[in-house]
Design a protein around this ligand. Structure first.
Ligand SMILES: NC(=O)c1ccc[n+]([C@@H]2O[C@H](COP(=O)([O-])OP(=O)(O)OC[C@H]3O[C@@H](n4cnc5c(N)ncnc54)[C@H](OP(=O)(O)O)[C@@H]3O)[C@@H](O)[C@H]2O)c1
Length: 307
């Protein structure tokens, strides 16, 4: 005889983030967009940052895999399985947007320019301050997710001083300064989540042949995560605060060229890149208001391939 049993749901996943305000920096594509969609599906009120208003406006509405350039390298679909975060369809909460074109691309592409060689330190600090002001113009969120984190694939000796500075400013200074403004307010409120992203394999100190500068700055960011977690953790468990990071393996975002995707796929057992949605599932677990002990976590999300 088959006895059907209803398993009680502790919390409805579509209301997990009700009443919480999340700011996602870099929400118009890739991992940031997947996290935004997941948070929206779980009830959060969103402020989404991007540089292109039209692209940002479509971030929650569109198929997250719409920009992947080719079908053959698409990761396996997990539609309907337990790994999918809640869908963002039918988002009823208001969505704010912040448009801000961050000034690091030209420097990273060309190896010289404003964010590096010619910018005086005081100019760079002021520029960063301005960016932080723009990002937080809607107020300090309860949840800060910094998805934006530009990549540079270049040998160590070919990496210019300007590129080092731009990588550091974009991948370390920007999230750190945003968090520095948010954490005191979160501490006063007794609730806050900060989530940043490391690079592939930067959950430990290691050497890298072609992504040395990018990996070095991401490793620095991971060290900051540990220190910030200690700082907010010192308030004890009654203050529900957490600073965490995810170090994804290779993820199939629209920012990787076909050639790069093929090259990375060859390095992975099974030959398939992760999906942004898989990363978003883990992100939601770290951001969950009920996850009161997950602070200072640096989560490698590579299917165990670098274990
Ligand atoms: N993808 C991977 O395989 C991988 C692996 C390990 C770690 N990570 C890390 O995971 C995080 C998310 O990566 P991701 O692959 O989703 O892509 P990403 O390139 O780091 O972030 C994409 C987001 O940043 C925005 N953005 C890019 N340049 C900008 C600029 N100049 N001004 C303003 N916004 C800009 C994009 O806007 P547009 O939509 O307009 O381009 C998009 O919203 C990053 O920190 C990355 O370093 C990624």
């Amino acid at each position: 005889m088959v006895v059907s049993q209803t398993i009680p749901q502790a919390t409805d996943p579509s209301h997990l983030f009700d009443g919480r305000h999340a700011l996602i920096v870099g929400a118009s594509g890739g991992i940031g967009r997947a996290v935004a969609r997941a948070l929206a599906g779980a009830g959060a009120r969103l402020t989404l940052h991007g540089r292109d208003p039209a692209r940002l406006a479509r971030a929650l509405a569109d198929d997250p895999e719409r920009d992947l350039p080719d079908q053959s390298l698409r990761p396996e679909s997990h539609t309907g399985s337990s790994v999918d975060p809640p869908a963002a369809q039918g988002v009823s909460q208001p969505v704010e947007t912040v448009i801000c074109d961050l000034p690091f691309d030209a420097v990273l592409d060309e190896g010289r320019g404003e964010a590096g060689d010619s910018a005086a330190p005081s100019d760079a600090s002021q520029r960063l301050q301005n960016v932080v002001d723009v990002m937080l113009k809607g107020g300090v969120p309860d949840i800060l997710v910094v998805g934006y984190g530009p990549f540079l694939e270049r040998s160590l000796l070919d990496t210019t001083a300007a590129q080092w500075r731009a990588l550091f400013e974009a991948n370390v200074m920007l999230p750190v300064m945003l968090a520095q403004r948010c954490l005191p307010v979160m501490q006063q409120r007794g609730f806050g989540r900060v989530l940043v992203f490391g690079g592939t394999g930067t959950d430990r100190i290691a050497g890298f042949r072609t992504v040395a500068a990018y990996s070095a700055v991401k490793t620095a960011l991971m060290s900051w995560v540990k220190s910030a977690a200690r700082e907010v953790g010192s308030a004890g468990q009654h203050a529900n605060l957490a600073v965490n990071a995810i170090c994804p393996g290779y993820v199939a975002t629209e920012y990787l060229s076909r050639e790069t995707r093929e090259r990375y796929a060859r390095r992975i057992p099974g030959g398939r890149l992760a999906t942004p949605q898989q990363v978003a599932t883990a992100a939601l677990a770290l951001l969950d208001p009920g996850s009161t002990l997950m602070n200072g976590v640096i989560l490698p999300l590579d299917g165990g391939t670098r274990s």
